[in-house]
Design a protein around this ligand. Sequence first.
Ligand code: PMP
Ligand code: GLN
Length: 383
Amino acid sequence: LNRRLEGLGTTVFAEMSALATATGSINLGQGFPDTDGPAEVLEAAVRAIREGRGNQYPPGPGIPELRHAVADHQRARYGLEFDPDREVLVTAGATEAIAAALLALLEPGDEVVALEPFYDSYAACVAMAGAKLVGVTLRPPEFALDLDALRDAVTDRTRLILLNTPHNPTGAVLTKDELAAVAELALERDLLVVTDEVYEHLVYEGEHVPLATLPGMRERTVTIGSHGKTFSFTGWKIGWVTGTPELVGAVRTVKQFLTYVSGGPFQYAAAEALRLPEAYYTALRAELKARRDLLAAGLEEAGFTVYRPRGTYFITTDVRPLGESDGVEFCRRLPERCGVVAIPAAVFYGDAEAGGGTPLVRFTFCKQPQVLAEAVDRLKAGL
Ligand code: PMP
Ligand code: GLN
């Protein structure tokens, strides 16, 4: 492994899911639903395979049907206009979109400002680009963006801000004021923004505002979405990027040499999924909100401090009321103590101690209610 990637051995998600399987634990670690998305979307994929659509290399930028559906989605929801031919790119999940965007837009030695804690692929991709990640720490209980810290994090070497809202792992949803501050800074310092909005539809209080809707931001923002999150098919790995022809073209150049294309038949299904009626999104939100409330209440009863998230399908907790101090240690022992797997938030920090992440532990609630209830019972009995 080259020096740029030192310390980035195995993702915590793979490690923790393997631990869950090996110990027969309930996996509230890695964020993936334990029931699949809508049957009609599944059928659309099967139909595409049977009918020979997408079984050979699809077009490089993605099939036109999906690019049009993404453009329609951005217009209908947010009033954002994108040309499906030049301003939309289909990727192998949001993961590839993040990697391709960072590799396309960063020079070695550049700095990237990102909200800390951050999704683990950010640090790896920034490192692969030879750039440096500078964290702006979100702190409990609100995990609000500290606007002074954000401003202080920008230097002459800063090339871009890597945003994530709704935010994994804290569940924070950036407010209009916070987004306005990001926009102001980006304009003032001439920065690009890559914004990871994969949880755009999973907001329970407040609303998701895409950064690209703010004045002057469409021109300098790469927005990332994920079919896996919105439609509960994380294994299909269909994501997308929207932005100006220059920005999307740059991402596309890199994408060509990472995967070239992927998921042909699933792209047809994703296009159909994006055309589901509003009732789908309303039901998804209502279902996940009920699960959030179930798990949050249960974790409180089990003794955790719970930071109830406004978005995503993750809850961040603090283990100190349980007499513990280290989330990594806590998560390592949790399978044998309780038969439950969770993720130590420390892995999402550059410096967990300095950022206050050491005692924090993340649980996902994208599981069936009876599974969440059983996990809560086990935690209450074992802790
Ligand atoms: N960004 C964030 C913040 C995520 O939580 C995830 C899913 N773990 C991804 C990107 C990756 O999404 P995908 O599965 O579409 O690659
Ligand atoms: N995004 C998911 C999470 O945060 C996992 C994705 C992955 O395993 N790479 O749990």
